[in-house]
Every structure is written in structure tokens, then in C-alpha cells.
Design a protein around this ligand. Sequence first.
Ligand code: CNA
Length: 238
Amino acid sequence: MNESIQKLKDWIQESDNIVFFGGAGVSTESGIPDFRSVDGLYNQKWDYPPETILSHSFFNRYPDEYYRFHREKLVIEGVKPNRAHIRLAELEEEGKLRAVITQNIDGLHQAAGSKNVLELHGSILRAYCSRCGRKYPADMMNYGTDVPKCSCGGVIRPDIVLYEEPLNDGIMTSAIQYIRNADILIIGGTSLNVYPAAGLINYYNGNKLVLVNLSETPYDRYANLVIHEKIGEVFGQI
Ligand code: CNA
């Protein structure tokens, strides 16, 4: 184990007020591509960039094209939590971790057993009618070739926050509270490029800000500990 990982392990051992804030990089070792890595969704061929397809106006205008992308890129069969998800769930169980705040929409933290998960961007495992709000199982969206419709005629949509849509106020307020009061804030697998989520880092008051990310982030210089390694491999050692 290298010195940085040993330091993180020591800090974790001494604390019962850890908060984790993560992004797509947490799930790449489970086989879900992120946005900005070399093999991420931004670098794969598609007619429009992902942030266009995943926007409110695009969804309303071209729901058929949205669903083609959704079924091909967002629905990945058989994915399982990796060591990062599993260790985070264990740390919560051990009474050390207070909350997982995630930008991910894949539900893998809950699949690993985490209970207090704040999903800033929602989840593709839930669906509802964009007209009447009726809830539907996610399977309604994931298969077939048609745009899924509610009995009221409205288009069924995933319960995710599309670009151009606001984040849920209650979840943001709660995330801010956890981060403000955290002893250790571990940020992992996020390029810290997507706002307002990335701005959450500014609410941290402590002196144990840890960044675990493969590539550099704009916040590396503010962190007390930076680890540029795969997060699953790091969490497998702590
Ligand atoms: P991003 O901008 O794609 O950044 C991911 C970051 O993770 C990059 O800086 C990578 O270097 C880093 N990374 C990749 N693999 C690893 C690894 N194994 N260990 C450590 N670091 C790694 O993604 P962000 O989450 O920052 O951007 C926010 C978007 C991406 C949110 O709106 C998400 O909903 C959206 N997204 C989510 C998923 C998912 O739910 N799994 C997948 C793809 C995109």
C-alpha cells in the first residue's frame, strides 16, 4: 500500500463523520462508461453530444432519439457494484460514513447496501409520466423501440435530472448540510465539471479533503490528499 492510501486509511480509522461525494468514475470499474474519459460517452460516436441528448428540450422534441440513446448507452445489463460501492456501504454499516452523495444515476450504491444515498441527478431505475406524474417501472423505458406512453397519453420519462432542469432543492440542502458538517470529505470519480453539483465542494469546512480520481481535477490544489488511482482499487485497500 502506498503512503497516500495508508494516510487515507488512517484518517478513516479515526473518524465517524465521513461523507463521500462521487461521480461516474465510481462506476467505470463496474463496466459503465463515464462521460469524459477516453472511452467515455463524449468520445463515442453518436449523432449528438450526450449533454444535448440528455437535455430537457431535446427529450421533449425528439423523445424517439432520446430513447434510442437511453436503450443503447444507459441501460447496461448485469452491472454489479465494485469494491468502491461495497466498501462505502460497509463504512456506513460500521457507523463511520454519514452519507453518499452521488451524481450517478445507476443505483449501484443502493445495490451495494448503502442506505443514505443522496441522488443529485436522480435514477434511471425509476420512471414517471411527464404529463400526469404517474409512476412506472423502469422496464417500461428500457426495452422495445417505441417511445413509452402513459395511459393518459403523456410520454414516460426517467426520473433523472436532465440538463436544463433544476436539481431537487431538498436533496441539495441535505447534501450541503452533510458536507458542511463532515470531518472527512472524500470526493471520488468525478471530473468536478458539472455544476451546480461540483460547487458542493465549497461547503466543506474541514482539513481532510480527499480527492480520488484517475485524472486531475480543477480542485486538486485545494485538497489535503490527492490520489490519482482507480477508486475501486483504492477502496479495496482501506
Ligand atoms: P465525468 O465528467 O465523466 O468524470 C468522471 C471522472 O472519473 C473523470 O475525471 C475520470 O478521470 C474519473 N474516473 C474514471 N474512472 C475512474 C476510476 N476507476 N477511478 C477513479 N476515477 C475514475 O463524470 P462526472 O460524474 O464528474 O459528471 C457528472 C455527470 C456524469 C453526471 O450528471 C452523471 O449523471 C453522469 N454520468 C453518470 C453515469 C452513472 O450513473 N454511472 C455514467 C455516465 C455519466
